[in-house]
Design a protein around this ligand. Structure first.
Ligand SMILES: Cc1ncc(C[n+]2csc(CCOP(=O)(O)OP(=O)(O)O)c2C)c(N)n1
Ligand SMILES: [Mg+2]
Length: 662
């Protein structure tokens, strides 16, 4: 790795530029001081994390980046937002919870964003922005763009798994990302030296990136390192890590009494304040053209005026609190299954769907563990890399947070990623990127941003598979507003729902059943495109209704056949999508089946989807009797004999039906 002296690369700032840098830094400083004042006056609610002392870094970054380069920050990101060009008035309004704020009052101080100003946003989960930054870079690359993405984070964030995973993927893909670590020596209340025994740049270098440490209060040094990193990224040289050493002049947040910090440490931080130094540097020029008191007055006036104006703005209309969770077209229904077509295996039908999406959408990408050259551990993505090339179909490191964060960022920046998490159980190691990140995009931006990403995974028991490769975990995602969850039960739906998921503008998780990949069914590849949603009454009856989704629908259908022989007419409702749930169809179908319903799931019962279905049926008055069938609340054993003792099957559905109509 070349270690040029970057200082030599940047021309000395002209006096005019120095004044400009001072003005930009002062804007941030006075903005932050005003926010603190408003917090103390209880006009601002909640915690605020200020960047006082750290202003020079975003100011210099903004001078080096193109106006279209995306920027991501943390909860301490007001400076980055202002430097990126987000209007001060909109930021005050946001922090004050007003309807005119950047996020219409939904983001607040710690989670504001402005897509219009390429400010992808703040993030309140430490380290979570880094995988998303990779994705933003992947999205730009997929569109043929040459954006450089800057993501800022603290010293503490470098200890996060998400940060590690981001470095791993960024270097594997040589992504145009500049990782800017603002090392203020504290992660909340713990000194970084207490928990990291090496230099942060040294550690970053080990990932295979250029990494350097600069004085983040010195405009020239900071600019030099950032310039080198941005130019390297722009010219295809991959990611860099820039550690900017900055003082934390205040507490971690507004109410931090800093009982854990020595007076000496606080004094040293105060002595490193970049603003007096900048002032002195300019004053030394003794140039009468540069009247800093005029600059001070001008900036103070801007801040006071913006704050005053924002205070007069209205609060959001409470009736809008449920808007923009997701896009739910009304009246979506499931088409009947085709009677004619090819007999196709479940896994192959998904493969065909992805092929068609990759063909029709140049912005579609496929990535994940073993999905490209090997074609997936279950062969679902076989041949895709051969057909669509290594830029669009690629293998990733075993790093689920970076896969999901990458998909999220890419989807926010113009791509349509279709990623695979090999096993549903593995989703758990990266759930932050789905639940705290992807699910919030539409809502927190008040509909200004969307995250059209598709995550495919598979779950369920198969004989011999261990407790960490068998869980049925759909209820975890079902619980999360903002994420759509589909569970196809047959090859036609596997094909059509995969395509519907890719076309959808919200994050969609498709949970396949590993045990079904080779199961065949009739598929009509020419059937009209579907949109996400809609349950299907797969079989009509009159005595009772069996409601299920995914693999269990097939057991329900087999049970209905047996019951027919006994004179019991059981209908079967295949929910297909558990989120959004087709409540109307569910309620109507229950009513049409004498209000007697069995809900079948492979998952254990407590806190499961069946419990909610049962509640909906009772609350709506559509059902008089509901029986839930699911695994008892145990862990899942490997032995086929023990598994069979736990999971509902055709026989247990038949038994439950007999009892229900007796
Ligand atoms: C995943 C996660 N863990 C813990 C926290 C609580 N927390 C918020 S900020 C912070 C310190 C982060 O320190 P650093 O990355 O150095 O950033 P700084 O606050 O100094 O800017 C912690 C522990 C969090 N928000 N997210
Ligand atoms: Mg810190």
């Amino acid at each position: 790795m070349t270690q040029q002296n970057p200082i030599a690369l940047v021309p000395r700032s002209t006096p005019e530029e120095l004044v400009d840098i001072y003005r930009s830094a002062l804007r941030i400083r006075l903005f932050e001081e005003k926010v603190l004042e408003l917090r103390k006056a209880d006009e601002v609610k909640g915690s605020v994390h200020l960047c006082i002392g750290q202003e020079v870094v975003p100011v210099m970054a903004a001078r080096i980046l193109r106006s279209t380069d995306p920027v991501l920050a943390t909860y301490r990101g007001h400076g980055w937002a202002l430097a990126a060009g987000v209007p001060m008035l909109d930021m005050f309004a946001e922090i004050l919870g007003r309807a005119t704020g950047t996020n219409r009052g939904r983001g607040g101080s710690a989670y504001l964003s402005s897509a219009a100003h390429r400010f992808v946003g703040e993030n309140s989960i430490v380290g979570a922005g880094l995988p998303i930054a990779n994705g933003i870079a992947m999205g730009s690359r997929a569109r043929g763009g040459d954006d450089v993405v800057i993501v800022s984070f603290g010293d503490g964030a470098t200890n996060q798994g998400a940060a590690h995973e981001a470095f791993v993927l960024a270097t594997a893909r040589q992504l145009p990302v500049v990782f800017v670590c603002e090392n203020n020596e504290w992660s909340e209340m713990t000194a970084i030296r207490e928990v990291v025994p090496v230099s942060l740049a040294e550690r970053a270098r080990a990932y295979g990136m250029d990494a350097r440490t600069v004085d983040g209060t010195d405009p020239t040094e900071t600019a030099a390192a950032l310039l080198l990193a941005v130019e390297r990224a722009r010219s295809g040289g991959g990611p860099s890590f820039v550690e900017c050493q900055v003082p934390r002049m205040l507490g971690h947040y507004n109410a931090d009494i800093e009982h854990y910090r020595s007076e000496d440490d606080k004094r040293r931080a105060a002595d490193r304040d970049p603003l007096p130094r900048l002032r002195q540097q300019i004053m030394k020029l003794e140039d009468p053209r540069f009247d800093l008191s005029a600059v001070d007055a001008e900036v103070r006036d801007e801040v006071e005026t913006a704050a005053r104006e924002a205070l007069g703005h209205p609060y959001p209309d409470a009736a809008t609190a449920t808007d923009h969770v997701w896009d739910l077209p009304s009246g979506v229904t499931a088409p009947p299954l085709p009677r004619e077509g090819k007999s196709v295996a479940f896994g192959l039908a998904i493969n065909e769907a992805i092929q068609r999406e990759l063909t029709e959408r140049p912005e579609a990408l496929v990535f994940g563990e073993d999905v490209a050259a090997p074609g997936g551990v279950f062969g679902v993505t076989r041949n895709l890399q051969r057909l669509f090339g290594k830029d669009r179909v690629f293998d990733t490191p075993i790093a689920e947070s970076s896969i999901l964060g990458g998909a999220l960022g890419a989807s926010m920046n113009g791509a349509r990623p279709i990623v695979e998490i090999m096993w549903m159980d593995f989703m758990l190691v990266a759930l932050d990127q789905l639940v705290n990140q992807a699910a919030n995009v539409r809502y927190l931006s008040n509909g200004a941003q969307v995250a059209p990403m598709v995550v495919r995974t598979q779950q369920g028991v198969t004989p011999g598979s261990c407790a960490q490769h068998t869980q049925s975990l759909e209820a975890l995602l079902f619980h999360i507003p903002g994420i759509k969850v589909g569970m196809p039960s047959n090859p036609q739906d596997a094909f059509a729902m995969t395509r519907a998921a890719v076309a959808d503008d919200d994050p969609v998780v498709l949970i396949e059943a590993r045990s079904m990949y080779l199961d065949k069914g009739i598929v009509d590849y020419g059937a009209p495109r579907e949109t996400v949603g809609g349950a299907r009454l797969s079989r009509e009856g009159s005595d009772l209704l069996v409601v299920s989704w995914g693999r269990m629908v097939n057991d329900a259908l087999a049970a209905a056949n047996i019951l027919e022989g006994e004179g019991i007419a059981a209908g079967v409702l295949d929910l297909r999508w558990i989120a959004p749930l087709d409540r109307q169809m569910l309620v109507n179908a229950a009513r049409a089946h004498a209000g007697r319903v069995i809900v079948v799931q492979e998952a254990n019962l407590t806190g499961g989807v069946a419990s909610d279905i049962s509640a909906i049926l009772y609350e709506s008055g559509a059902a008089t009797r509901v029986t839930r069938l699911g695994a008892p609340d145990t862990r899942i054993p490997a032995s086929a004999v023990l598994q069979a003792a736990l999971i509902p099957d055709v026989a247990s559905i038949v038994r439950a039906a007999r009892e229900l109509v007796a």
